[in-house]
Design a protein around this ligand. Structure first.
Ligand SMILES: [Zn+2]
Ligand SMILES: [Zn+2]
Length: 347
């Protein structure tokens, strides 16, 4: 089969590799029908995650068709069409029993396209298949559903739920990439007073407006702190969601939150940020962070099938698998191409 292989920082190829095999009775082999590229794949290619082995197939989002299953798989069978969660779950360990699948102790968690071969390939082995896939419901397209593999649960769980967005809140989202836009979508469900998007790209801020941000701030020429303070009687925002993953944006988030407010970090960080405890300690801030668990996929499926969320709005580009290198180019140069999510389908 063909697959997108990571060969070390800055190096990737679309090449022939062996088809995946069933290793455990709880595995399934899925034929990948639709996949996409995540900002995290770019972090890996930048070398931010040296733990990723050379030769690894990247990708952790997919819609596919079950080819075959191990002897213990009960929920899905050959021919079923499934959504693959970016997080795998053994279903039995302490964390899985708390629906904290991202922290699975038995070899689950975020492993696809990271610790094991991923979904940017014609076929993929999915461990713990019963707990790591969802049957495709009627009435939604593959590409809409694909947004539930990672970005919509990530923005909702790690941003909105961990940040404890409540009605009437002023919510600031720093970073208007796909995950930041997911956090805007999720925040909107709680009737906030304001959703304020901060980014350095006007194109991304336009997208943020389309997703429901009522105020946008380009921090290359505007001062987010002054604008947020003016809107909030000089207090700051109730919830600030970090969706970039740089020291500067994290530190900005800590300044934007009001005393007693929440800062929810979603960003994947590759360098240490300074936590200014000398000025923050007195402000009763709550800072949360984490890897997505994808426990919200069933909720998001209901919101998607009843048209409460528009997952199609994330999709800006389409490619066939053989053109995956062009898909990477478009996604990597998002400032020029306006790419949010690029959908990659089988030939
Ligand atoms: Zn991702
Ligand atoms: Zn587990």
């Amino acid at each position: 089969m063909k697959a997108l292989i990571y060969h070390g920082p800055g190096m990737k190829t679309w090449e022939d590799v062996a088809d995946p095999e069933i290793h455990e009775d709880t595995d399934a082999i899925i034929r990948v029908d639709t996949t996409t590229i995540c900002g995290t794949d770019l972090h890996i290619l930048k070398g931010d995650t040296p733990e990723v082995a050379k030769g690894r197939i990247l990708g952790h989002e997919a819609i596919g068709t079950v080819e075959r299953v191990g002897a213990q798989v009960k929920n899905i069978a050959a021919g079923d069409r499934v959504l693959v969660s970016c997080v795998s779950a053994c279903g039995h360990c302490r964390y899985c029993r708390e629906a904290r699948f991202g922290q699975c102790l038995n070899g689950g968690g975020w492993i696809l396209g990271y610790m094991i071969d991923g979904t940017q390939a014609e076929y993929v082995r999915i461990p713990f298949a019963d707990n790591s896939t969802y049957l495709v419901p009627e009435g939604v397209t593959d590409e809409e559903l694909l947004m539930l593999s990672d970005i919509l649960p990530t923005g909702y769980e790690v941003g909105v739920l961990s940040g404890k967005v409540t009605p009437g809140d002023t919510v600031v989202i720093v970073g208007a990439g796909p995950v930041g836009l997911s956090a805007i979508t999720g925040s909107r469900m709680y009737s906030p007073s304001h959703v304020i998007a901060v980014d350095m790209s006007d194109r991304r801020l336009e997208a943020a407006k389309a997703f429901g941000a009522d105020i946008t701030i380009n921090n290359t020429r505007e001062d987010p702190l002054a604008i947020v303070k003016d809107l909030t009687d000089q207090l700051g925002a109730d919830v600030v969601i970090e969706a970039v993953g740089t020291p500067a944006t994290f530190e900005l988030c800590t300044q934007l939150a009001r005393p007693g407010g929440h800062i929810a970090n979603i960003g994947v960080h590759g360098a240490p940020a300074t936590l200014h405890l000398e000025s923050l300690w007195i402000r009763d801030l709550t800072i949360t962070m984490g890897l997505v668990d994808t426990f919200s996929i069933p909720t998001l499926l209901r919101l998607l099938t009843t048209k409460q969320i528009d997952a199609g709005a994330f999709i800006t580009h389409h490619f066939k698998m053989n053109d995956i290198m062009a898909a990477y180019d478009a996604f990597q140069n998002a400032a020029d191409t306006g790419a949010l999510k690029v959908v990659i389908t089988r030939q």
